[in-house]
Design a protein around this ligand. Sequence first.
Ligand code: BTN
Length: 259
Amino acid sequence: MESLRSTKWAGKSIFVFKETDSTNIQAKAGGEKGEPHGTLYVAESQSAGRGRRGRRWESPAGESIYMSLLLRPEFPPVKAPMLTLVMALAVARALREQTGVDVQIKWPNDLVVQGRKICGILTEMSIEMTWINYVVIGIGINVNQNEFPEELKDCASSLKMETGRRFRRSHLIAAVMEYFEMYYEQFLQEGSLAGLRKEYNELLVNKDRQVKILEPGNHYEAYALGINDTGELIVEKEDGSVQNIFAGEVSVRGIYGYT
Ligand code: BTN
């Protein structure tokens, strides 16, 4: 077990695996066992890395960050989805500061550089009717890859591919934890994304762009205006009506390409 010196609770205790099934699985096991708020699980490689919508997350050794943060929030379950946006903002800020790369957010929680994905976030939680047992936020960051397999080439990138430089993964992890701790505390104080919204919208790649909204059984085009205080995407439809999109089952695409 290791520890970050620069934070109060985020990454204060860290479990590091050379190989594991999935850091989200390990963090959930930690949640069941009573490990404390802020415990971080980091792996060099994962044999069963998972993405959203049941997809696989390829997790070979050497070049990427695979990590999951265990949280024990004391607020109602309805607020938990906002934590993913808090993490997206923290990772974007940390990567921008550490690497100088123009990292942007694709709503709600992918990070992209020039239209290519550089980081994915998978949030899972254990809840009762009115309270949260724990939340696990899993983060995969493409750091030192020189290339991607053919099928990912057009939609994935790494920090190395964007800059020609290699980055120390431990420094990036520490920076993400510092930003997350700061933003989380602001989020707790305000009870919403009200104070973080402006910063999030400044980094939002979809903002002021035409997007395609893919709801189950209903696809339409709209103009994205930014997020509101609860993290919904505000869009203006072609008939001028304004709608708030909740992340749950909806997917947002650019008219051209991924973003
Ligand atoms: C996505 O964009 O689909 C989310 C990808 C999340 C991947 C990370 S890697 C660390 C953690 N462990 C997992 O199995 N998944 C997340």
